[in-house]
Design a protein around this ligand. Sequence first.
Ligand code: NDP
Length: 401
Amino acid sequence: MGKLIIIGAGGVGNVVAQKCAREKDVFSEILIASRTKSKCDAIAASINQPHVSTAQVDADNVQELVALFNSFKPELVINVALPYQDLTIMDACLLAGVHYLDTANYEPIDVAKFEYSWQWAYQEKFKKAGLMALLGCGFDPGVSGIYTAYALKHHFDEIQYLDIIDCNAGDHGKAFATNFNPEINIREITQKGKYWENGQWKEIDPLSVHQPIGYPNIGPRESYLLYHEELESLVKNIPSIKRARFWMTFGQAYITHLQVLQNVGMTSIVPIIYEGKEIVPLQFLKAVLPEPSELGENYTGETSIGCQIRGIKEGKDRTYYIWNNCKHQDAWQDVQAQGVSYTTGVPAMLGAKMMMTGTWMKAGVYNVEEMDPDPFMKEIGGYGLPWNEIVNGELAFDDYK
Ligand code: NDP
């Protein structure tokens, strides 16, 4: 049991705060801190519990963070601000003696590039300080890595092929909106795709490889091969993997909007001068798009995210498919959020609970697949994200032949 700081008060921050506030035996006091304090206050008001308070913080500023940590004295910080803040928050954790968890790896603001090297470089510092940093504990990254670790522990001697498949078959009723921070989302999708095959990364043009994948309870949806950060840690931590890919669905209307926005320069991260002031087109675009936290109320349909795996068990080929389906309306009923914020925030809460209770606690910097998956898998269903598995049965798609 201990004190928790949640940094970030957007779509995911709301879910994390709501879910953590219900675990009073684990998180004795909770401080929600973000750049815009009114957003923290709105979340705290909806929770309406005396053990939840709020603060303003600029998470780009290490000294401000350290001062906040030293005055509140938390055991753990959950970082659900933006990937740009990962390193400043990790630095502050080291200075103030606080454990760390996030859901997205570090990205420099001026280059659309994400990789774990920057955060993995903190390994020795965290070990020496006796602190733990758990990286990428949302759904993907997060549950995708935990599913893979669970598959390896219980169903395979060797994993050879991994496909992470992510479908959002929901409808928020807006012409164009992104389900998590628009800036981060658009940076991710517009960069080159990449997958791991036979010991090397293969690069493809953005959104150039796609195929229909049949998702449970949803049916076939066009799915695009993207680069996603958990591929990097999974191929490092499970070296038997010969090929690892990540697929995500997009509707045609989304792609058309994105193409138009790209064609007119609105997705660029190169600053321009507008009326004498420097602005970044993508940041301006974010300002006019709906916030992810605003999409929930009328969102219908569901998400389906899972891992399809082929490998060897006791000398024989085996296939395995494990997934969760999450209805946007169920997420709304539970915590007034849409399904993408929900599927990210619930695992972050449970990962934090695993750390706070000592179930997952060791000094150093880790990705989720390095933890024992069993205690997490046992509890995640009860928090709203139940899972299903099929061994040697029907797959969502099959190109392993
Ligand atoms: P939002 O844009 O809704 O929220 C981001 C929050 O971070 C806002 O409250 C914002 O404040 C705050 N913030 C931004 N900069 C700072 C700063 N310098 N100091 C303090 N607070 C700051 O995004 P989401 O909630 O959708 O996403 C949150 C994180 O979750 C992102 O990193 C995203 O990549 C990750 N994510 C991970 C997923 C997974 O499955 N692993 C899936 C979806 C998201 P303000 O309101 O002032 O802008």
